[in-house]
Design a protein. Sequence first.
Lengths: 404, 358
Amino acid sequence: MSDITQGPPPLPAPAAPPSLPVTGEPVAFSWAGKTWGLAGLGFFNLFLTIITLGIYHFWAKTEVRRRLSASIRVNGEPLEYTGTGKELFLGFLIVLFAILLPFQLALFGANLYLGPAGGIVAFLILPFFWYLYGVAVYRARRYRRSRLRWRGVRGALAGSSWSYGWHNLWTSVVGSMTYGWLTPWRDNMLHRETMSATRFGDRPFKYLGKAGPLYPTYALAWVGSLVLLLLTLGFAAAVLWPASQPLRDAIAHAPTLDNGQPDWKSPEIKAHWPLIAGLIAAGYGFLALYGLIASVLWSLFYAREYRYFTGETALEGLRFNLEVKGWSLFWLFFSNTLMSLLTLTILSPVAEARVARYFVNRLSSEGLIDFAAIQQSQARLSKTGEGLAEAFDVEANSYFILSI
Amino acid sequence: MDTRTYAGRYSDGKTAATAAVTVTIGDGIGIAGASGPVRWTYQHLQAAAPLHWRDDEVLLRNDEFPGATLFIADPGFASALLKRAPGLSPSSHRWRYAVPGLLITAAVLIGIGAVYGLGLNPAQDVAALVPHKLRVSIGEQAVKGMIGGSESCSSTDGDKALAKLVNELSKATESGKDFNVRVVKSAIVNAFALPGEQVVLYEGLINEAQSADEVAGVLAHEMGHGIELHPEAGIIRSLGLTALIELLASGQSGTLTNTGALLLELRYSREAEHQADAHALRILKNANISPRPFSGFFKRLLKGGSSDGKSDASVNMGIFSTHPPTPERAQMAADAATYPGKPALTDAEWKALKAICG
């Protein structure tokens, strides 16, 4: 049941600067969808995708997006996703024939004519493809934003995918040279580029954030996971080294082969194969434990990023707020990964819905916005969508709500 | 006649503002609001999501009024609307969705079936379109790639003998094509046809053969592949398959092939082998060389032994993997031995050819 209110009467605010909106309404977000109800869709999508040899994938994706969008309510009214599977399919075909196939031919030719030196061509083309990856991300966002509507008014992403691609590439290269310390700065810069080019109708979003506030949490996660790694290695060594004593004794006394190596197939060592298996399993166990705890640490940083990015975003008179905490974010993604794995991705629409619900429930805004002043977007709509992104597998593991 | 009215919010899509309206279901959807009544007909109606009769809220659009939306948050509306506009229900939505998918699958399956059933060979047709110079260039590169580090064999007398054999057979193909045969120093018992009328003949095969006529049969067979453009078609088919796999995996495979490995792994289909065999027998007949030794060569390989005790590995890795000899092929060659023929090379020339690799 929706409860749409008209905005409060115009505020008497003689002291307010003239640029503040004096008419408008507040905005509330809510999630009105079923999550587990999408299980049927997941099964249906998988079934059709298999019998159409994969071609249905584009329509399956579209249907999931459509349902998710319809469940997101702004002031009680739903978002609409107007993209079609055909657009995604055509986009992919275009990229397949215009980029992938020529690239294959070029690589084939290089291999043929230059022999092993032909590998150089692949090496040279790599930065170009890295660049294209960034372009793909931007174009995919543009497609999704232009296909989302609320009250019939479309979103849009202005700006240049080519310049975003370049920014993405060079910050990535430099970032890899800094052991990741450039990441908060990079994330902030790319987010600003994307967010300030985003429009609702004809009105732009504003992003006011800087990289500085992100660094403390980043440092915590970075240093924390390093310390954790050292601790894990130390602990593992302290436990596994003594435990492997019988094995090492056996190796020292085992017969050696002609090449000086111990004979791994000899009965002395064979007797310890359970121990070897146990040591390997324990090793993986320690690594998994490290991975798990490190993920929690990094979730603290990602939660900080989401909170900060959202908190520094404005649209007309609105400011936004996202109450995301690291631990609950970690649990969300972790449980989703388990769910998807265990059900062979049949439940991935449910995973998508859980993530969407999580974020929408934590999203709120303050301030007022005058909807009558927001005009329909005049941006040209592209007829095809996300071909590059599909070809590059962009954000394949990213949830729709996070990659809008 | 449904006289119930429902409360809704209408947005004309020009701005993000909405107005409160009353909605009736009758001959189309009637929308009564501040700016005058509007009627939306059922055939132009679209729902943002398929309607279930239990839905509490409905969002409608109309393709006659792009951008306009009508939002009704009234529980009874969905079921009332579905009675008049059943096309908005999930089942018809699913049907509309599934039909294109199934049609595409059917088309793809029919296409594949037609290619196999009618014996169409699109790869071969495409191969024929490639200019000759390009095919030769690709072939020469492919030879380099395939030979790798092994040396080409050459000796004065051996070269002369080989040239005589190759010219005789080339003329006998009646194809106007000039074949270029290279002997490579390796124990592999095999020969390959590569694009652009290139043929690679391994020393191992020459050593395994007991007469020049056997080698002639193998060369004629490889020339048969070349005449039918099998090597070129194979490459095109493989590239096409990779592209197809990319499409089906929706861009998630991202595989790129290595040419050398690709060409070595080309397994000719039985159809292609049959065509090459037919050409081989025809060429041998035109050159007046008996196919009986060629048949004997197959039979020997089938028995699994090699005539001079070389290990089976080189035999297996070679001719068995890419040109599986079958009793049928051996028999077909034997059946064609209806004429005595004359030896392809003199004894001296055969000796020279055997010694071509020093």
